[in-house]
Design a protein around this ligand. Sequence first.
Ligand code: CU
Length: 129
Amino acid sequence: MKKVMTAIIMLLFTAGFVYGKDYMVTKQGGDYTVNIKMDKNPPVTGDNKIAITIQDKTGAEVTDAIVYIEYTMPAMPGMPAMNYKSATELKDKQYAAILNFSMSGAWNVAVKITRAGKTQSVKFNVDVS
Ligand SMILES: [Cu+2]
C-alpha cells in the first residue's frame, strides 16, 4: 500500500514537472479536439490567461473559427447565477482570451466554436481558488 502511494506521489510529481505550472486539459466535443491551457494552476479569482488550440477530426489545426468562451457559476445561497463571455483572438494558431472569475469555487467553462455557420461546444470544469 505504501509503495503504491509512493508511486502515485512520484507520478504526480513527475507530471507536475512535465506540465510546469500551467493548467492543461484536453477535451473532445462535436468534431473537435480542444487543448486548453491556463497560466495559473489552479485558476485564481481575477484574471487568468487562457490559450486554446483546436484540431478537427483529421487532426488538422483549426485556425478559421470564431471562438468564444462562456463561463458560468450556477446560483448558490445568497448569490445569483453568474454568466460571462470572452471573445478570443487568434495568435500563433492559439485562440487567446482572459477569463475573469469573480469568485472562488466550481465554474463551468464552455468553448464555443463557430465555423461555416455551425457552432459546437466543448465543456470543462475548473475549481477556482
Ligand atoms: Cu458562487
